[in-house]
Every structure is written in C-alpha cells, then in structure tokens.
Ligand binder design. Structure first.
Ligand SMILES: [Zn+2]
Length: 240
C-alpha cells in the first residue's frame, strides 16, 4: 500500500467544499443530528455523487493515485466503463458527517469481468469464491488502521516473490489484510504474473526498471501493482 497525498488547495476541492456547505452536507453541518435528521450516510451520498463538482473531484483523486486502486494497486478503468468505486475510508454508514468530504474519499477498484465470472461459479466452494472479493467491496462498512491516508501504511505490508502479501509484526495490519481481502486468490495470481517477468532481468535491468516504477509515467500513471513489483525487485537485488 502506498500513502496518497491529497491536495486541498485546488480550485476543484475549494469549489466542492463550498458546494457541500451550500447544501449543508459539509462535516460541520452534518455533525448536527438535526441536519438531514434521520438520513443515513448512504442516503446522503446519493446527493453528493450528483453534485456538479463531483466528476472533477474524482478526476483529481484518479490523478493523485496515478490511476491505480488505493488499496491493491490494480489499474482503474476511468472514466469510461467505470471500473472503480468511490471509497469512504471512514465508512459513510458510521461517519455520515464525512460522506462528501474529500479528505475521506479515495478511488478503489471494482470487480473485473473475470472476477464476476469466478464469483458466480457455484461449482467452487463459497470460501474460495470469497477470494475474489477485495478492497472497498470486501471492506464494506468496516474500519481499517492502515489506509493510504496514513503514512505508516507504507511500512505495514510487504510482498514476496510469489506476489503474496505479508505484514510487519503488527496485529492491526494482519486484520487489515483480511478486512480488505488483500490475500485473496485472484490478487495473488495477478501479482504473481506481474512479478514473473522480472526473473529474466539482469541486476542492471532490475535497477533501471525499479527506477521507472517509482514515478508516474508521462501521462501521470503508475504501473499496475507498482509497489508490489518494487518489493519483489528489492528482494531480487543483493542487499547493499
Ligand atoms: Zn483494489
């Protein structure tokens, strides 16, 4: 997982916050239970997502994340054929005051066509089918300790050469892996494929490749699973 730096001083965010206030949907207003009394975060979100600034806000989030899922690093298809979900880091069900606040929003992946098909395959045991649900969909209205809004997330997890996720001696991180379904079969397979081609590279090639992965490309995009691949390269290179 990588820390995502948010930019609060852009015209988009400033305009969005203004619109939230105008609709009494900002954090301060929603903390008052009399504002939209009885309305849940889910119900209020229906208004938030139709706000005029919301598309531009999503665009900004997509660019801040370099085009990949905030949790697993899978490439997001955006804005056409939407293969992303707007993720409320603190769940909108329990924190309705944050339903529209940019500081609580990230873009997460949505199930790929392949995953949808795998989930529907009832010949497989239920537990196995659960391995195709991850990120926002797995998290639902649960809370996590290490989100991409917490810098400590960068040291909480690491990936081995098979693409499997591990945690650094911390029960909260272990719990977060389960909550987010980051150890599921589908992600393991995709990550393993992303790492496999590295094995043919020389030391110099690995160093150059890692350098390229650390920054977004000329279109502002990160490579899919870039932080997974970086971890794998670090293990392939001799320790300095
Ligand atoms: Zn994801």
């Amino acid at each position: 997982m990588r820390y995502i730096e948010k930019h609060y001083d852009t015209p988009t965010v400033i305009q969005h916050e203004l619109e939230l206030k105008n609709l009494n949907l900002d954090e301060a207003n929603l903390r008052n239970s009399e504002t939209y009394a009885g309305k849940s975060g889910g119900q209020l979100y229906e208004t938030v997502r139709d706000m005029p600034t919301f598309s531009a806000l999503k665009e900004q989030m997509y660019s801040e994340q370099g085009g990949v899922c905030c949790y697993c690093g899978m490439k997001l298809e955006y804005p056409f054929n939407p293969q992303y979900r707007v993720e409320h880091v603190l769940p909108k069900e329990t924190h309705r005051e944050l339903v529209g606040e940019y500081k609580n929003l990230l873009l997460s992946c949505r199930a790929t066509k392949e995953e949808v098909a795998l989930r529907a395959d009832t010949s497989k045991p239920k537990a196995q089918r659960k391995g195709y649900i991850h990120c926002d969909e797995a998290k639902g209205s649960q809370e996590i300790t290490y989100s991409p809004l917490n810098r400590a997330c960068e040291n909480a997890f690491w990936y081995d050469l098979k693409g499997e996720i591990h945690y650094n001696n911390d029960e909260e991180a272990k719990k977060d892996i389960k909550t987010l379904g980051l150890d599921g079969e589908y992600l393991n397979k995709r990550r393993r494929i992303a790492i496999f081609s590295l094995l043919a590279l020389s030391e110099d090639e690995l160093i150059a490749f890692r350098e390229g992965l650390q920054h977004p490309n000329s279109e502002g995009k990160f490579a899919e699973f870039y932080f997974v691949i970086i971890d794998a390269i670090n293990q392939l290179l001799p320790a300095v």
